[in-house]
Design a protein around this ligand. Structure first.
Ligand code: ATP
Length: 436
C-alpha cells in the first residue's frame, strides 16, 4: 500500500485533505489525474447502469434531506457503531474491533503501551449533524446523508409519474455520502466523505420475481467489475449468512476485492423487500404505492438495491493497475489502467523543442475526441517514465522524419512496442485499441 499511496501523491491522483494544516483524518482531495480517473469510473457506471438501458433512469438529489427521512429509514435510531473510550489515553475505539486480553478476557486499549481501562460500549451515531436556518433558535437540526438511496425512495412517486417507466424499473444516482467513521483507514477505502453509485430497482413484491431480479443484478454487477478491467481472479462474491442480514432484507451479497490489506467489500447487492417504501409511507402519510394498469393491481413495490462505493472502486482500479517491471535494465513503476479508464489517453511528445509547433497542432486536433497531453519537458525516456506512472496507454513521438513522412511513432505503455502511424490515422488507431 505504501508504494501505491506514495505514487498517488507524487503523480497527482490523491492528496490528504487540508494537508497544509496537518491534514484531516478521513477526508481526501483528488488531484488532476485522480479527478480524470474518477470521472471515467463514474462514466462507465452511468453508461452501463443508465444510458445503455431503457429500464433505469437517473436522479441527482440533495445531500441534506428532511430529517424525517432518517427517522423513517431507521438511521436516527440505529445507524451507529458500538464505541468504547479509554480512561487513560482518552482514545475512542470501535468495540467490535478490539483485541481481547488472554489474562482477563477483557478488550485491550489499542494505543501502543497504553493498556488503559476501557468504558462500557456505547452506541455512537455515524451521521454528521448540521444546522439549517439563520439562527440556532429559528432553524432546525439536519444530517448530511449517510447514503444516497433514501431520496430515491422519497422521490419514487415523482419519478414514476414523470418518466413513463413501468415496474420493473430502476432509479440510479451517483453522489456524496458522509459517515462519521470512528476509524477511517486504508487510504480512501474507509473515509468520512465518499461517493456512492446506487441503484434501486423496483419490482412486483412476489418472492419468485424478487429472487429472479436479485440473481440478475448479482450477476450483472459482478460482471461490471470485470468489464471495467479488474483482474477476475481478485474479485469475489460473498453471500451474507442469515444472521448477517438486516431484519427486512431477504438476501444480500457483497462484491469483494483482494486489496493489499486483505479481501474487502466493494459493493452490496440486496433484496430489501418493500421495507423502504413502506417506512416512508408510514412516516410521510403519502401514497407511494404503484397501480399496475395492465392487471389493475395496486401494491407497494419491492426493491433490489445495488450499492457501490465510487472511492472503493477507484482504489480497486488503482491497486489492480499498479505494477513494477524492468525495462532496458531499469526498474519502472507502471499503472496498467484499461485504456478507457486512463486519465490521459495519448501523450504527444516532440523529440526536440524545435518540433513543438507541429506536435502541438496534432494535440489540438485530437483534443476534441480524447484526453491528450502535450509534453516537451526532459529527455524522451523521462517523459515515457512519467506517462507510465500516470498510466497513459499510448505516447506519440513526433520526430525529424515526421516532417517528411507525416507519421509519428506510437509507443505502447505495457509492451513498450512501437508502431509508425500516419498522423491522419491516429484517431482510428486509438479507437481500435479501445481508448474511446
Ligand atoms: P462497511 O461494512 O465497509 O462499513 P457497509 O456495509 O456499511 O460498509 P453500505 O452501507 O452497504 O456499506 O454502503 C454501500 C457501499 O458504500 C459500500 O460497499 C462501500 O463501497 C461504500 N462505503 C460505505 N461506507 C464507506 C466509507 N466510509 N468510505 C468509503 N466507502 C464507503
Amino acid at each position: 500500500m505504501e508504494s501505491i499511496v506514495s505514487l498517488c501523491k507524487r503523480r497527482g491522483f490523491i492528496f490528504q485533505g487540508s494537508e497544509i494544516y496537518g491534514g484531516i483524518n478521513g477526508f481526501w482531495d483528488f488531484g488532476p489525474m485522480g479527478v480524470e480517473l474518477r470521472q471515467n469510473v463514474k462514466k462507465f457506471w452511468w453508461q452501463h447502469m443508465v444510458a445503455m438501458r431503457d429500464d433505469v433512469v437517473g436522479v441527482d438529489t440533495a445531500i441534506i434531506a428532511h430529517p424525517e427521512t432518517w427517522r423513517a429509514s431507521g438511521h436516527i435510531d440505529s445507524f451507529s457503531d458500538p464505541m468504547v473510550d479509554c480512561r487513560i489515553c482518552k482514545g475512542r475505539f470501535r468495540a467490535d474491533q478490539l483485541d481481547i486480553s488472554p489474562d482477563n478476557n477483557k478488550p485491550v486499549c489499542p494505543t501502543p503501551h497504553c493498556k488503559g481501562d476501557l468504558t462500557e460500549a456505547r452506541a455512537f451515531n455515524l451521521m454528521f449533524r448540521t444546522f439549517v436556518g439563520a439562527s440556532e433558535e429559528s432553524g432546525f437540526e439536519a444530517y448530511l446523508r449517510p447514503e444516497t438511496c433514501q431520496s430515491i425512495f422519497t422521490q419514487f412517486k415523482n419519478v414514476i409519474t414523470t418518466s413513463r417507466q413501468k415496474i420493473p424499473f430502476g432509479i440510479a444516482q451517483i453522489g456524496k455520502s458522509f459517515r462519521n467513521e470512528i476509524t477511517p483507514r486504508n487510504f480512501i477505502f474507509r473515509s468520512r466523505e465518499f461517493e456512492q453509485m446506487e441503484m434501486e430497482f423496483f419490482v412486483k413484491p412476489e418472492a419468485d420475481i424478487q429472487e429472479e431480479w436479485y440473481n440478475y443484478w448479482k450477476e450483472r454487477r459482478y460482471q461490471w467489475y470485470k468489464d471495467l478491467g479488474i483482474k477476475p481472479e481478485k474479485l469475489h462474491l460473498r453471500d451474507h449468512a442469515k444472521d448477517e442480514l438486516a431484519h427486512y432484507a431477504k438476501a444480500c451479497v457483497d462484491v469483494e476485492y483482494d486489496f493489499p490489506f486483505g479481501r474487502s467489500e466493494l459493493e452490496g447487492i440486496a433484496n430489501r423487500g418493500s421495507f423502504d417504501l413502506e417506512q416512508h409511507i408510514k412516516f410521510s402519510k403519502k401514497d407511494l404505492t404503484y397501480f399496475d394498469q395492465g392487471t389493475n393491481e395496486k401494491y407497494t413495490p419491492a426493491v433490489i438495491e445495488t450499492s457501490a462505493g465510487c472511492d472503493r472502486t477507484l482504489l480497486t482500479v488503482i491497486c489492480d493497475a499498479y505494477d513494477e517491471d524492468i525495462i532496458a535494465g531499469e526498474k519502472r513503476v507502471v499503472m496498467r489502467f484499461a485504456p478507457h479508464l486512463a486519465p490521459i489517453k495519448l501523450g504527444i511528445l516532440p523529440l526536440s523543442k524545435k518540433l513543438g509547433e507541429q506536435a502541438q497542432q496534432i494535440e489540438k486536433d485530437l483534443r476534441r475526441f480524447i484526453r491528450t497531453e502535450y509534453d516537451d519537458a526532459g529527455s524522451i525516456g523521462k517523459r515515457y517514465r512519467r506517462h507510465d506512472e500516470i498510466g497513459t496507454p499510448f505516447c506519440a513521438t513526433y520526430d525529424f522524419d515526421s516532417e517528411t513522412d507525416q507519421k509519428v511513432t506510437i509507443r505502447h505503455r505495457d509492451s513498450t512496442q512501437q508502431d509508425r502511424v500516419a498522423i491522419t490515422a491516429i484517431r482510428v488507431y486509438l479507437e481500435d485499441k479501445g481508448v474511446f
